[in-house]
Ligand binder design. Structure first.
Ligand code: ATR
Length: 288
């Protein structure tokens, strides 16, 4: 990578906090390497209070585009000139493209999930889908599910108020029937085609726990497919429980790769074929 950097190299990056464990630089720089694009992608550790200064720097330095991760996906929005329709619906931005003197916000987490559904033959049309969580990640999952014409979406969260806010938000854009439920009442769900785990439970300090407590694990017996958007650990407790109880299980690795691929396409106005994506997956897996 480094030997290719010259006066014409375009700079892209990721802003977030924390940032040290991100795989995005590995994904983007690998794609650029395969496609022979003269660009480099770097991680930037950015604190909330520095976002205004960072935006000025991005402008001044001529950075061509950047990704936004936790916890800045909403707070970046007031600094952008325009939002595309999906970013508006999801009410969060993970990709920004500089076009002339405009900053345009996109949300490619949506495409990450849609590609994951496609690659695992998970068709959601007419299906009942449960989303665990009602934070930022749940918004992109809920829009992805509603956009697939699911029959029913059930948002299950520790705090009912947050689930209600997400339900109201989705109803503004889609006709999908949306219910909300507290985690403790999970046993009320009699049938679930697909559950998508979007909470932060299962990563870092909570890697030995699942958002579904042991006494509610029989939920998996009534569930066909279980998706966890976490990819590190590769198999969360949530996915292990689901697998042991007979569900088809999928982790968040493909979502990660495909949201990056979608951002790369937006920035560089080019398509990326399947063979390149398979190479990127193999390359990046070694770092998980
Ligand atoms: P993100 O933007 O990454 O989704 P977030 O906005 O902090 O992160 O949301 C985290 C989600 O995980 C929320 O749904 C949160 O539940 P609450 O709405 O009740 O806060 C959920 N979550 C976090 N810690 C949890 C825990 N220990 N048990 C159950 N749910 C938890």
């Amino acid at each position: 990578m480094m030997e290719q950097v010259n006066g014409k190299t375009k700079l892209y990056g990721l802003i977030g906090n924390p940032i040290s464990h991100t795989l995005s630089p590995a994904i983007h720089n690998r794609i650029a390497h395969i496609l022979g694009d003269n660009l480099i992608y770097l991680p930037f550790h950015v604190l909330e209070e520095n976002i205004p200064n960072v935006m000025k720097s991005i402008e001044t330095l001529g950075i061509s585009g950047f990704n936004v991760t936790v916890p800045h996906k909403k707070s970046i929005m007031p600094f952008l000139t325009e939002l595309d329709d999906l970013a508006k619906q999801i009410d969060a931005v993970n990709t920004v493209k500089k076009v002339g003197n405009k900053f345009i916000g996109f949300n490619t987490d949506y495409y990450g999930l849609i590609n994951l559904f496609e690659n695992h033959n998970i068709g959601l049309e007419g299906k009942t889908v449960v989303i665990l969580g009602a934070g930022g990640a749940a918004y992109s999952a809920a829009v992805a599910v509603a956009s697939q014409n699911a029959k029913k979406l059930i948002i299950v969260n520790r705090t009912l108020k947050n689930a209600n806010n997400l339900a109201q938000h989705i109803k503004k854009y889609y006709n999908t029937s949306v219910d909300v439920l507290e985690m403790e009442n999970l046993c009320e769900i009699t049938f679930c085609d697909c559950v998508i785990q979007t909470t932060s439970v299962g990563i870092g300090d909570t890697k030995n726990t699942s958002p579904i407590p042991v006494h509610l694990k029989s939920f998996f017996k009534r569930t066909t497919v279980a998706i966890d958007i976490i990819y590190n650990p590769w198999e969360t407790v949530f996915l292990k429980d689901a697998r042991e109880m007979g569900c088809q299980v999928v982790n968040g690795f493909e979502m990660l790769v495909y949201q990056a691929v979608a951002a790369y396409k937006i920035w560089n106005d080019k398509s990326i074929d399947k063979q390149v994506i398979e190479d990127v997956k193999l390359f990046v897996k070694q770092y998980v």
